[in-house]
Design a protein around this ligand. Structure first.
Ligand SMILES: [Zn+2]
Length: 416
């Protein structure tokens, strides 16, 4: 079934938009529907690209509010890892769905996940109908036995759902230089290269990580990852807060992509991403929420606002982090980094979009709707979410919302 969005506001003007075979087929002042078209009255609503959340740990939605106000390493070792030890596939499935419910309601159509139990995550993604990059987590805590087990698990992951289902992109990940041995980093880097896969890494998140890496390996995490062959145009570095000029040169030389996670960096007092400097150096930057335990929201609205504000403080310049640039980081840049042919409302592109209510006070007055999205809005403005031309949410409600919450409640009982 094709879809026509009637009387929708695009770039502050009214138009009709036809969606056919999952793509924006026609954008025109007036499109006459045929009997095959499902017509949606979008009067009073504006259309925008949906968000691409480029770094999260979705199932951690079940750990929201656990171990707040702590330093990264003690938070992980005392609060998060002991609870995660109780997570199994059913719990991760329920947690991933809970996260997707929150993401869909806040306009996110895609998330890049770094977590365990990939089959359960893929099942959850397929059921809700969002898009995701699902990675197997490279993590061995320098234990040779775990290294061997992980190498076997990566092989199994490559064979799992091969090719990956429609909405899913399989990726590889390296948790960090402080949790993964050099042999495993090299193995994952080579596997990503051989299979042309994206490689997702937490890197240079804290000052301590950089100092420890320099003590241990004589160079920064970025230089160390380059030495082990893990940096290339398919590499995506999350956080990347503590970068010096040499690191930035390495990132540019290898065309590495970056993902900023401002809420998580602020909450853990990790530091501020150099948004202005890295944008001016022409690095391609995406935006991510990180997991619910370190944010604690999965709303890209919150991330955009913090991204813009912290860009100004970090550069000591109110012209840094302009609204159009920050909105692009949350939308078209994210799609580009993940190789998804979407991110703009443009004929020919995949129809990933949201319809937002213009009569919501957060969107009024409409002097600059992008500015309203970045600085004023929250998830309450998102009325409809469309992913690959299919409606995921209408009237700010998903069909199986009650069931998702019920499953999450059952899962919670098993981790306490
Ligand atoms: Zn993370």
């Amino acid at each position: 079934m094709n879809m026509i969005l009637k009387n929708v506001t695009l770039n502050q003007k009214l138009c009709d938009i036809k969606i056919e075979k999952g793509r924006f087929a026609q954008i025109a002042p007036n499109i006459t529907p045929t009997p095959n078209d499902d017509v949606i009255d979008a009067s009073g609503k504006a259309i925008f690209p949906a968000f691409y959340n480029l770094h999260t740990h979705a199932a951690m939605s079940l750990l929201k509010g656990v171990g707040d106000d702590k330093e990264l390493f003690s938070w992980l070792s005392q609060d998060i890892w002991p609870r995660e030890a109780k997570f199994d596939a059913d719990i991760i499935y329920a947690g991933t769905k809970l996260a997707m419910l929150e993401m869909a309601k806040s306009g996110t159509v895609f998330f890049s996940d770094m977590y365990f139990e990939q089959a359960a995550i893929m099942k959850a993604v397929a059921e809700i109908g969002l898009k995701a990059a699902v990675s197997i987590v490279g993590f061995d805590m320098f234990d040779p036995k775990q290294t061997t087990q992980k190498i076997d698990a990566i092989k199994e992951f490559l064979d799992l759902y091969n090719p990956a289902p429609d909405l899913i992109q399989k990726t590889l990940s390296i948790h960090s230089v402080y949790t993964v041995s050099a042999p495993l980093i090299e193995h994952i880097a080579k596997t990503a290269h051989d299979n042309n896969m994206l490689l997702h890494i937490h890197a240079s998140e804290t000052k301590k990580e950089v100092e420890d890496c320099k003590k241990e390996h004589g160079c920064s995490p970025i230089a160390y990852l380059e030495k082990l062959g893990a940096l290339c145009p398919r590499t995506i570095l999350a956080h990347a807060v503590w970068l010096d000029d040499n690191d930035i040169d390495i990132i540019k030389k290898n065309q590495v992509k970056l993902v900023t996670n401002p809420s998580s960096n602020f909450k853990l007092n990790s530091g501020m991403f150099q948004f202005d400097k890295l944008s001016k150096a022409n690095c391609l930057i995406g935006l991510g929420t990180d997991g619910s335990a370190s944010n604690n929201s999965l709303s890209m609205f919150d991330e955009m606002k913090l991204c813009a504000l912290s860009a100004k403080i970090q550069a000591n310049d109110p012209t840094a982090g302009k609204v159009e640039d920050v909105f692009a980081v949350a939308t078209s840049n994210g799609a580009q980094i993940m190789g998804i042919d979407a991110g703009d409302i443009k004929e020919g592109q995949l129809a990933d979009c949201m319809l937002v209510s213009l009569d919501n006070p957060l969107m009024f007055p409409a002097h600059n709707l992008i500015s309203n999205l970045v600085y004023a809005a929250d998830s309450s403005i998102v009325d409809t979410l469309i992913c690959n031309g299919k409606i995921i949410m209408q009237n700010h409600r998903l069909n199986d919302e009650d069931e998702i919450l019920k499953q999450a409640k059952t899962a919670l009982k098993r981790i306490h």
